[in-house]
Every structure is written in structure tokens, then in C-alpha cells.
Design a protein around this ligand. Structure first.
Ligand SMILES: Nc1nc2c(c(=O)[nH]1)N[C@H]1C(S)=C(S)[C@@H](COP(=O)(O)O)O[C@H]1N2
Ligand SMILES: [Mo]
Length: 263
């Protein structure tokens, strides 16, 4: 039998699934593929271009935000938005130094979790010195310490079909006629699994201060500050967010800001 013109790996690269490959039944179907106008060959070349384009898009999203040296730290970390939540549940936890805090992880997961701060701190730690850019036009540089969100998600085992991580926060940012409006945010699975996306419990070598989101806030270093929910109460895996708040995926998004706030 002649050498197959396209190897199995090349086919896989071109986006054909294992099942599709077995369906080809050996290499017979591939005979004659060297003809440039062969239908299947043209199809696979197009698939290959598409895969490359998609990979490029994903790779861009995977790129790391710049990290700095300790000497670059530029503080104070200007507290912004809510800086001292007055919500009952939060005040109760704060009065005991967050000893009774539990991060709830639920929604589209196989294994819902309830994690104490000690448990979160015992998980793999990532420390990163990064710049925080607020949409209002200021920035600070701080060192953040926390557990990669990807690690927590792997423990919870995200269900197929989940598309976003929804952060529920303790703090009321606004009181409307219909009641308290609590801060919330969403990110997609690309950002959720980005290596610099951490659930931060520490800042500049100390516990995360209350003004900056104690006991737990998320860092999403490729995006603007408003994406980085502070005072996280729960994480929910969802397949959409049209039924949450005003349906735009976050408190500030509901008021006109972009859902994807890349920097
Ligand atoms: N829960 C909650 N998270 C929040 C906010 C908020 O008001 N409440 N403000 C956002 C905005 S606009 C910014 S710039 C950052 C501010 O983080 P910092 O206070 O640590 O500087 O938090 C973001 N996350
Ligand atoms: Mo901000």
C-alpha cells in the first residue's frame, strides 16, 4: 500500500475527529488525494485554515499579562467601588475575621464545593505582580496571591455545556426601588482557565484587605478592574447570563460597559 499522503496527525490537526478517522477505514479513501482539486483534500485544507485561525484567536486570549518585579509595586491599591460592605451576612463574617467564610461553588458542576479560607490557602498558590487598570483611567501595581481558578474548577468538575463563571458578591452597590442590587460579574471559560486568573486571598504579602475585597476576590489580569469581582460569596457555572441582573453579564455591563474589557 502506498504511503498515505496525509498522516493521521495531519488529519487530526485539520480538525477531523477520531470517529471520523475510523470511519475512513484505513487509508483507502485517501488514495488520489494528491490531486489538488480533490474534493476531500480541498475540504480538509479549508478545515486546516479554520483551525489555525481559531487557534490564533485562542492563543491570543491565552497570552500572559505583563508581570512586574517587587521594585515596580505602585501602591496604595486604590480601593474603588464598594470598599466597606454593610450587608448583614458580610458584617457577620468580618466580625469573626472570616473564620466562618465558605466559598460556594455550584451550578453546572458535578461536584458542588463549600471551601473555607484555610482550604483555599492550602491549595496551589500563584503569586503575581500585575497592574490593575480601572476604566476610570488610573492604575496600580500590586502583588496578588491566590489559587488558580482553574484548580478550583477542576475539583468541582465543570459540566459540559457550562460557558461562564458567574461571581456572586456580598456587597450591595446600589439600592433601587426594587431593593438591594448586589455586585456580580461573569467571565468565560477561556479567562476562567487562564493561568493568571486566580481567586486571590492575599495582597502584597498580607491577607487581602477589606477595601480590596476580603476575604476573596478574583484577578482577571487581561481585563479591566470592573471584571475583578471583590467580596466573592459564590461561584456559579452557567450556560448564559441573560436572566441575571439586566442580562448583560455584570453590574457595570448592565450600565453600559463592555462585557469583554480586554486591555
Ligand atoms: N464586589 C465588587 N467588586 C468590584 C467592585 C465593586 O464595587 N464591588 N468594583 C470594581 C472596580 S470598578 C474596580 S476598578 C476594582 C477595584 O479594586 P480595588 O478596590 O482592589 O482597587 O474592583 C472591581 N470589583
Ligand atoms: Mo474600575
Amino acid at each position: 500500500m502506498p504511503e498515505p499522503i496525509l498522516t493521521r496527525r495531519a488529519l487530526l490537526r485539520a480538525g477531523m475527529s477520531g470517529a471520523a478517522l475510523s470511519a475512513l477505514g484505513g487509508c483507502k479513501v485517501l488514495d488520489g488525494l494528491s490531486a489538488p482539486d480533490h474534493q476531500l483534500r480541498r475540504f480538509m485544507e479549508r478545515a486546516n485554515d479554520l483551525t489555525k485561525a481559531m487557534q490564533r484567536g485562542v492563543l491570543d486570549r491565552d497570552a500572559l499579562a505583563q508581570e512586574f518585579q517587587p521594585a515596580d509595586i505602585r501602591q496604595p491599591q486604590r480601593p474603588n467601588g464598594v470598599t466597606d460592605p454593610q450587608d448583614d451576612a458580610y458584617l457577620a463574617l468580618k466580625s469573626k475575621d472570616f473564620a466562618n467564610y465558605r466559598l460556594q461553588v455550584g451550578g453546572m458542576v458535578h461536584q458542588p464545593l463549600s471551601l473555607s479560607l484555610d482550604q483555599l490557602r492550602a491549595m496551589p498558590v500563584r503569586r503575581q505582580i500585575t497592574r490593575h487598570d480601572c476604566v476610570e483611567g488610573w492604575s496600580c501595581i500590586a502583588e496578588w496571591a491566590g489559587v488558580p481558578l482553574a484548580h478550583v474548577l477542576s475539583l468541582a468538575r465543570v459540566r459540559i455545556g457550562a460557558r461562564y463563571v458567574l461571581f456572586h458578591c456580598f456587597d450591595t452597590i446600589e439600592r433601587s426601588l426594587t431593593g438591594a442590587v448586589r455586585y456580580y460579574e461573569t467571565i468565560d471559560m477561556v479567562d476562567a482557565n487562564h493561568p493568571q486568573t486566580i481567586l486571590a486571598w492575599g495582597m502584597n504579602g498580607a491577607a487581602l484587605p477589606v477595601p480590596n475585597g476580603a476575604p476573596l476576590r478574583v484577578r482577571v489580569e487581561r481585563q479591566l478592574g470592573y471584571k475583578m469581582a471583590k467580596y466573592i460569596r459564590a461561584i456559579e457555572l452557567v450556560d448564559g447570563f441573560s436572566d441575571i441582573g439586566r442580562g448583560r453579564g455584570g453590574y457595570w455591563e448592565d450600565r453600559g460597559y463592555e462585557w469583554y474589557a480586554g486591555i
